[in-house]
Design a protein. Structure first.
Length: 405
């Protein structure tokens, strides 16, 4: 383990950066001093940047597996890894590169986040992990919980993709397919009654886990080593954690004097919703929007969070909205180059294409692709019967799974 390598010093409020907290316990419900009944402000992890060894970013430095390479700039890695990270940067054409996150252990970018959330659960002494997800996050959380020897409860939907269901059951997670409206209240109950560590959002607007997005910073570090700093990065965006992590990674590189600039960061959301685009348009820290039908289920969100606003503002970036037609065109373009991604994962390339068509874009761009085409709904799907979300039903299933309540 590399917990002693971490230079993390504490947690800082994004709502008011002058407010900081100790590193432990991890704050999983945002900043308690700045959050209100309408908006929850996330926290981020702060580091002793003046103690970072410059050789950390030397390409000749022997590389350790997984996120261990970047341990000084990550929260303590208490949980063992699975070799996450070091994904390829694939040329798609002149000045366009694809960062293919489907090469991670559970075929998605979420492995970077869940190495950090599982480490937080282990470091906090939690008896297990609970998540709300019907996609990449649930599959990844279950894998890293299993790797750490912790039970995992996943609140999912009856329409989860077949590949995700296979992952969850293979790792021994307790899968509770409950109606979406019941997930957050039920997750809070599970946390309160079992002491399980929440690796998903439980607040009115999105805060998520303070440690988790730190794992995404390594994407920026890897891009720097492989290709330098691009002019722009196009990021599939749901709650904005990946967006924030990529921005923060580049911002740290500038802070450490390894580059003199941060690329423009573009969020790429489904046009059927787009809470981050709505927040930027209205000048608010976070919003809730209605969502229409879209097959990009993995990034279709009603509620946004302040992290995304910070990433766009600080990088001079912009929100982009893409519809299913544009997503399918981008997905087909990638398939034509031998890269099969789920529809949501094509949002980065779709956003770049939309920007070029509407306004033109010149410069070197990196599009992030988040996961494999196996994660789309309908691929290997099997029927699942929804559960009654009453506590008596869930309580019985938790006890049957050996989870103390």
């Amino acid at each position: 383990m590399t917990t002693g390598d971490s230079l993390a010093t504490g947690q800082r409020s994004l709502g008011d950066p002058s407010i900081d907290y100790p590193l432990w316990p991890p704050l999983t419900t945002g900043c308690p001093r700045t959050s209100t009944a309408e908006v929850a402000y996330p926290v981020e992890v702060d580091y002793a940047y003046d103690r970072v060894d410059p050789q950390l970013f030397d390409a000749a430095t022997p590389s350790r597996p997984g996120l261990e390479r970047w341990a000084p700039l990550l929260p303590p890695l208490h949980a063992p890894g699975l070799g996450e990270g070091r994904t390829p940067l694939i040329p798609l054409g002149p000045d366009v590169l694809l960062k293919d996150e489907s090469r991670n252990p559970t075929w998605s970018h979420k492995d970077r986040l869940n190495r950090c959330t599982a480490s937080a659960a282990v470091g906090a002494g939690a008896p297990g992990i609970v998540v709300s997800s019907s996609g990449n996050h649930g599959a990844s959380a279950a894998a890293y919980a299993a790797r750490a020897g912790l039970p995992c409860v996943v609140l999912a939907s009856a329409t989860m993709p077949g590949a995700v269901a296979s992952f969850l059951h293979s790792y021994g997670a307790l899968v509770l397919p409950v109606p979406e409206a019941d997930r957050w209240p039920l997750m809070r109950q599970i946390v309160e009654r079992t002491g399980f560590h929440a690796a998903s959002n439980t607040t009115v607007t999105h805060t998520g886990h303070g440690f988790g997005p730190e794992g995404y910073k390594a994407i920026a570090y890897e891009i720097l080593l492989d290709a330098g700093v691009p002019d722009a990065v196009f990021v599939p965006t749901g709650y904005g954690e990946l967006l924030f992590g990529v921005w923060k990674g580049f911002a740290e590189l500038r802070r450490l004097g390894l580059t003199d600039r941060v690329p423009q960061i573009y969020s790429c959301e489904p046009a059927a919703g787009g809470p981050l685009a709505a927040a930027v348009r209205t000048g608010r820290p976070a919003t809730r929007v209605g969502t229409g039908p879209t097959d990009a289920y993995a990034i279709s969100c009603e509620v946004g969070g302040y992290r995304g606003v910070v990433a766009l503002r600080e990088s001079a970036g912009r929100p982009l909205l893409v519809d299913d037609r544009q997503l399918r065109a981008a997905q087909a373009e990638l398939a034509g180059q031998g890269i099969w991604v789920e529809l949501s994962s094509a949002a980065g390339l779709a956003g770049l294409a939309a920007l070029k068509e509407a306004e033109g874009f010149e410069g070197r761009a990196v599009c992030i692709s988040t996961s494999s085409g196996f994660k789309d709904r309908g691929v290997g799907a099997t029927p699942v019967t929804p559960l009654d979300a009453s506590w008596s039903t869930v309580d019985g299933m938790l006890k049957a799974a050996g989870i103390s309540v």
